[in-house]
Ligand binder design. Structure first.
Ligand SMILES: O=C(O)CCC(=O)C(=O)O
Length: 319
């Protein structure tokens, strides 16, 4: 029996066969699956209210320029165990972690007993909240994770002012692409709310060093090249969605965001979930179709030794 067939059989206890098949087929073709139904919208709104009540997501998040320059810290500024806002809401995450549709889809790919590697709140910061001095400094940077500039007590959330097309493998040197990202919107996300831009089909070239070789070739298509592993035409999909919108994607699928253009922050949940099951699963069937490496010893070439940006280039701004 081949790996795909085994994976489908394995997942049939947790999901109706059509969902399991659809998810695996979508991953093979697109490197992503967008769930048809939103997850519990009341629970999303409740959690959003609790997250918003923890702070003002405006300019007060940020250090002053003088404070920042006194001791610039570019690393260790993301949520981590002991400093992660979602830890406060652990007992309220059942609507995500036990949602039958999500469990079915994830099980189809990873098999039973999958492991949550990381979960956090991600904020797309609106333009009006970013101080002028900071905007000037980060203009054109590929990765505008603003953690370095945020007051230490607020570093329990990840703040983005856009991030160029990247793979989530970027944070996992030498790890195999045996994990997926689950991304959930806690409120409606329009084009103005820094929606995710996903490049469908980009995963087929496997792991690639950031920043990526992408050329726009039409309204929604990009020519993507990964060195000796070849090239592919990837279709851009903008993930606008309602409260509870949920999507999963492969660790090699390129995605990014533009800076938020709305007058309010965009709040999402981001999970990384890995395979633990010893036998073959849907993910093995997906990975067997990749034409490039499943892991890399080096994942990015955009940073200086202190973790600051060493290049100015940003492709997703042209999307
Ligand atoms: O939420 C965002 O703006 C970007 C999130 C993202 O791409 C990531 O966390 O990998």
């Amino acid at each position: 029996m081949n790996a795909l067939r085994q994976a489908r059989d394995l997942s049939s206890s947790a999901a109706s066969p059509p969902l399991a098949e659809t998810v695996v087929d979508d991953f093979i073709r697109d490197g992503a699956h967008l769930f048809d139904q939103p997850i519990d919208q009341h629970a999303c709104a409740d959690l959003l209210g609790r997250i918003r009540a923890t702070r003002d997501f405006g300019a007060s998040l940020f250090l002053s320029e003088e404070e920042f320059d006194a001791d610039p810290q570019y690393t260790g500024v993301n949520p981590r165990p002991g400093r992660n806002l979602l830890e406060r809401f652990e007992d309220r995450l059942g609507f995500v972690e036990h949602d039958p549709q999500l469990v079915g889809g994830i099980t189809a790919l990873l098999g039973p007993d999958y492991e949550i590697l990381n979960k956090k709140v991600v904020c797309g910061v609106p333009a009006g909240a970013v101080p002028g001095w900071l905007k000037e400094r980060i203009l054109g940077n590929p990765v505008n994770n603003l953690g370095a500039y945020v007051r230490p007590q607020y570093r329990d959330v990840t703040y983005f002012y856009g991030i160029d097309f990247h793979q989530d493998l970027i944070d996992y040197k030498a790890r195999e692409a045996d994990f997926i990202t689950l991304y959930i919107y806690l409120h409606p996300v329009s084009r103005a709310d820094a929606p995710l831009y996903l490049l469908e089909g980009s995963h087929v070239l496997g792991g690639a060093v950031f920043p990526h070789n992408l050329t726009r070739i039409g309204d929604t298509d990009w020519l993507y090249r990964n060195g000796e592993h070849g090239d592919v035409v990837a279709r851009q999909k903008v993930l606008t969605g309602d409260t509870g919108f949920a999507a999963i994607w492969h660790a090699c699928t390129l995605h990014g965001t533009q800076p938020g253009a709305a007058d309010h922050e965009r709040i999402s949940l981001r999970y990384l979930i890995a395979k633990k099951h010893a036998g073959p699963t849907g993910m093995d069937a997906v990975n067997a179709t990749l034409k490039g490496p499943l892991s890399m010893t080096s994942t990015r070439a955009d940073l200086a030794a202190d973790g600051s940006a060493a290049i100015k280039s940003n492709t997703v701004l042209k999307a």
